[in-house]
Design a protein around this ligand. Structure first.
Ligand SMILES: [Zn+2]
Length: 126
């Protein structure tokens, strides 16, 4: 979801990820949305105008142990590839019968090539 605001001829693009139902990384309990944290991602040029992207990072709070944590997102920590948790989730998802590289890639917002690379580097087929 995005919204665009214009100010002095420059564009500000706000975006949110679709809400998921995450599990608490500590106790595995279900979590509720706790709030949003604005992260300024980058400046880009869009149609010769300055464009700022603001990513509204969603924070969750565990209903059981009250831990607050942020959602997995494709924007932060992408220089190193993916977070460890994401890799584990990808490998878990690939185990489901009927899972395809394309589906998994779309779910995690990464390229099919990257999914293949993760699979190849973590799974040994005898
Ligand atoms: Zn918890």
């Amino acid at each position: 979801m995005t919204s665009i605001e214009e100010e002095n001829g420059s564009l500000t693009l706000k975006l949110w990820l679709k809400p998921k139902n995450p599990q608490c990384p500590v106790c595995g309990g279900s979590a509720a949305i706790h709030g949003y944290y604005s992260r300024r991602l980058n400046h880009a040029t869009f149609a010769n105008r300055r464009c700022t992207i603001i990513y509204q990072e969603r924070r969750y709070k565990c209903k059981i142990c009250n831990l607050t944590f942020h959602e997995d997102n494709p924007f932060i920590n992408t220089s190193e590839g993916l977070t460890y948790e994401t890799k584990i989730n990808i490998l878990k998802d690939l185990k489901y019968p009927g899972a395809t590289y394309t589906n998994v890639a779309r779910r995690y917002n990464i390229s099919v090539t990257k999914v293949l690379r993760i699979f190849d580097s973590h799974v040994r087929i005898p």
